[in-house]
Design a protein around this ligand. Sequence first.
Ligand code: PEP
Length: 248
Amino acid sequence: MAQRTTLIAGNWKMNASGEMAEVLTDGLKAWAGKPGVEMLVCPPFPYLGPVGAMIAESDIKLGAQTCHANASGAHTGDVAAEMLADLGCSYVIVGHSERRADHGETDSDVCAQAEAAHRAGLCAIVCVGETEAERDEGATLSVVTDQLAGSLPEGSPATSLVVAYEPVWAIGTGRTPTNNDVQDVHAAIRGLLCERFGNEIGNGVRLLYGGSMKPTNAEGLLALQDVDGGLIGGASLKAEDFIGIADA
Ligand code: PEP
């Protein structure tokens, strides 16, 4: 069976100030580490440089929350994957449901962003997830697998790809699917990856769960067979909670 390093990723979203970023990062540096567990922080663009400098001597990894598909050009306000790599990022989140909703990003946009991440040598964390209405219609598996099929570039190497399953209705709400439901969706994602890229790559890709993960529910979620880590929003803004999840 493929050995997959657990990834505990913090998505700070559009939160933090310079001072808060410093205090939070300082708190995270107190993490003693755990064999087989990788910790990642994804601050807003303006804090990537300062946070990157603070964690440079630690095992904590740096990531961004999105990138543009192109390497350069007339795209005011956008940031290229190559620029993120220059700043010391090794990961970038693409296709978060908030980007899909706020910026109209489609599966093909997300696919192009993931390709850009690979071009720049970054690992792409591709997010997918159903809305509450889609869940109520019983369409979770088809929505998630269709989204994923359209969002993945061809020839993704396992080491450059992470998939995050984030039910939209669970993000920031305190609600989560049952552990069985999470495992069912992750197993379907794993099946799609194996079908598309072959078993070796498919079984090597890490699958994260995201949506109201906290220290109190992390242990059960992280113990599921096809859950290889978490993408954490709210609870990543408190060092104590984020460390609690990494230790779970
Ligand atoms: C997220 O937005 O990626 C997320 C999982 O948020 P929260 O943990 O706050 O639900």
